[in-house]
Design a protein. Structure first.
Length: 307
């Protein structure tokens, strides 16, 4: 019998259209209260960067579908004694971990690990440096599908530190594949990606230009941890130029929705009254994150050899 390769979720490009459709359909059903069949599998969270939403929602999602979930405390793990990541992964797999949720500061580390590990351990990229964050993209797409315009009518602007953002990279790739009508990015020149990196996405050079006519706006935090301190923008200046405030939002379509993957920095990329206002989807994104991750874990478990 030929063994099929273990299913991983590493990025948007390697997800088949049929898988995207399946994952979004299942997320929507779970958000509506669809029943789940308990899955006798174990998931481990291994986070080499801080996280609140992603780590907790994977843990909750696993529990809600009957999986065992453990979060490894890195400062107490053997990685502090020099163990390589692939040895840590192999050790966890030998103990019966079926699915590894990995966050790592190095871009591409999760893809590299997928080539290093043996079959039978499903790998989920929960954010690799400035690379990809596919579960965030799926939850954002599920949130837009539930609360926002239809894909062809979507006029979405992503604003802020695009250069270092794995959320922007995965999200824009996914929204384009779903048939988004218009996609724009905007931010200070030093925080924009190289132009060839995001085909099909328009670049705006001021906040008003990016907000003009948008029906969904996604604000992003400045990823200070990926820059030299000398490159950190002045907060007040940044807020004046790029912070989303009610006065600027008036240029968008009426009922324009506001998204942010969190953590939000109030008074920097977004004013508190916008973050807490009626157009904000921020907490709905967080809520959808749990349903999305339930769907992803079910899908990954479905690609594992029979237990
Ligand atoms: N939570 C998101 C991420 O891990 C966004 C951010 O940190 O700004 O990429």
């Amino acid at each position: 019998m030929v063994e099929l390769p273990t299913r991983h979720l590493l990025d948007i490009a390697s997800l088949a259209d049929s898988s995207i459709e399946k994952l979004l359909r299942r997320t929507a059903a779970l958000a509506e209260g669809a029943a789940v069949t308990p899955i006798d599998r174990t998931v481990a969270n291994l986070f080499f960067e801080p996280s609140t939403r992603t780590r907790v929602s994977f843990e909750l999602a696993a529990q809600r579908i009957g999986m065992r979930a453990i979060s490894i405390e890195l400062d107490r793990s053997s990685s502090t004694k020099g163990e390589t990541l692939s040895d840590t992964a192999a050790t966890l797999a030998a103990m019966g971990v079926d699915c590894l949720v990995l966050r790592h500061p190095e871009t591409g580390r999760c893809h590299a690990l997928a080539g290093e590990i043996g079959p039978g351990l499903a790998l989920l990229n929960a954010g690799d440096g400035s690379g990809e964050h596919p579960s965030q993209a799926l939850l954002d797409a599920a949130t837009i599908a539930r609360h926002g315009p239809d894909w062809p009518d979507l006029n979405l602007s992503v604003i802020g530190d695009i250069r270092h953002s794995r959320v922007a990279r995965s999200g824009l790739a996914l929204f384009r594949r779903l048939g988004a009508g218009r996609l724009r990015i905007a931010g200070p020149p030093e925080l924009l990606p190289d132009s060839a990196e995001l085909p099909g996405v328009e670049v705006c050079h001021s906040l008003p230009e990016a907000v003009d006519g948008a029906n969904v706006i996604m604000m992003l935090r400045i990823q200070r941890e990926r820059m030299d301190k000398a490159g950190w923008p002045d907060v007040e200046r940044y807020h004046a130029d790029w912070g989303l405030r009610e006065t600027v939002l008036a240029r968008a379509r009426p009922n324009c929705l506001v998204m942010h993957p969190g953590p939000i920095n109030r008074g920097v990329e977004i004013a508190a009254d916008v973050a807490d206002g009626p157009r904000s989807l921020i907490l709905r994104q967080v809520r959808m994150g749990v349903f999305t991750r339930m769907a992803i874990l079910e899908w990954l478990a479905g690609g594992l050899p029979a237990s």
